[in-house]
Design a protein. Structure first.
Length: 388
């Protein structure tokens, strides 16, 4: 490995129009700009690169690995990835009784996502606000460890270094944070973890239970839906406690949730400590014209005039459950469509009168009688009467 003085000699001998003092000044500026997270050697290499002087790379730097190729036991690892999540700092007790903090990031490249743990002074990267979602981060001299759930983590110690938005990395080679979110309907058991964004359709009460060792556990179940499907989400312990106040119709972003297959083959998403949960602002929806509803899916917003008197009836579902459904025809300037309001919405819609203007939020398009498209409500749907 070249020393700082050797790198400076390479710069000066290459005929760069600068003095030794000027090179040292630039090196110190690089270190200061990085918040002290670069060694002098790495800062010197960056200065050399900016001055057009080629210096052979350190072995660790040249051996940057794709995230998907990391294996347990690697002790001198360098990666480059986009920051997808920055977790709040957490505290832990040292062996001597004092308290310190550590930080966590989720970074990603085209091959996968990775949880990164920053110990002791490395947590200053988060504490000082140096790193934010969306930035490109080069990490040098990390070591791979296995978490309690069997997944790999990258730990950063005293030798580790960071480069934020390095100039020699092409940003377009790293997917944007939102690209890591997949449609719920595309989630498969082949993936150990996934990231989704959806609207809460139902929430159960927080349940407290006793483990076999006598300790207390907590679990919260909810269902999440997007335009492609619905999935049950199970939040455990601290995550369950933190999100027990979520409500129907709110939007949740889940990153690195664990995919679990039940005995009956149905998939669930389990949210544990290493996963990330974020409540997103309500989505501003556009009102869809009835004539544009030509494929199944949703949710959509539709507004129109009630054209037929709502009719309520009791029907049996495929599993034998008896539920109420109220149907009516809705019209806007582009066309007409039948609406079926199920369960709790059936009583609301029954009160509508012909000529009322209503707005239907978060309803879904499906094929009904004769394969004609119709609208159907679900748990997260809303029916608003705007005027008579």
């Amino acid at each position: 490995m070249l020393s700082v003085e050797e790198i400076i000699e390479r710069i000066l001998s290459a005929g760069a129009s600068t003095s030794r003092e000027e090179v040292w000044r630039k090196i110190k500026e690089k270190k200061k700009a990085a918040g002290g997270f670069l060694t002098e050697e790495t800062a010197a290499r960056l200065v050399a690169s900016e001055l057009g002087v080629e210096v052979e790379q350190e072995q660790a730097h040249s051996a940057e690995l794709p995230i998907g190729e990391l294996v347990l036991g690697l002790n001198d690892v360098s990666i480059v990835g986009r920051v997808v999540v920055v977790f709040p700092l957490q505290s832990y007790a040292r062996k001597n009784g004092s308290e310190s903090q550590f930080g966590r990031l989720i970074v990603a490249d085209k091959t996968g996502t990775l949880l990164v743990l920053l110990w002791n002074d490395k947590a200053d990267l988060i504490r000082n606000g140096k790193v934010n979602r969306g930035q490109i981060l080069r990490i040098l001299h990390g070591y791979v460890r296995e978490a309690r759930d069997g997944q790999l983590e990258l730990h950063l110690g005293n030798r580790s270094e960071f480069q934020i938005n390095p100039s020699d990395v092409k940003e377009e080679n790293y997917p944007a944070p939102e690209s890591f979110v997949e449609k719920i309907g595309k989630v498969t058991k082949k993936k150990k973890k996934t990231s989704v964004l959806g609207v809460i359709e139902s929430v159960s009460a927080l349940r407290v239970f006793s483990r076999s060792d006598g300790s207390e556990g907590k679990v919260l179940r909810l269902s999440l839906r997007d335009s492609s499907g619905r999935i049950v989400v199970v939040l455990w312990n601290g995550k369950a406690d933190s999100w027990k106040d979520v409500r129907i119709s709110e939007r949740l972003l889940l990153i690195d949730a664990r995919v679990k297959e039940k005995i009956d083959g149905e998939l669930e998403l389990h949210v544990e400590d290493r996963a990330y949960v974020e409540r997103l602002p309500p989505q501003v929806e556009e009102i869809s014209k009835i004539s544009s509803l030509v494929s199944e899916g949703g949710p959509v917003w539709v507004e129109g005039i009630v054209k037929t008197k709502p009719a309520k009836r009791e029907v049996s579902t495929a599993n034998g459950e008896k539920v109420l459904v109220t149907s009516f025809e809705l019209e806007d300037e582009s066309g007409r469509i039948w609406v079926s309001a199920w369960r709790k919405h059936a009583d609301v819609v029954e009160q509508l009168t012909v000529g009322a203007r209503v707005r239907l939020k978060n309803v879904y398009v499906r094929k009904g009688f004769g394969d004609a498209f119709e609208l159907a409500t679900r748990g997260s749907s809303q029916v608003e009467v705007s005027e008579e």
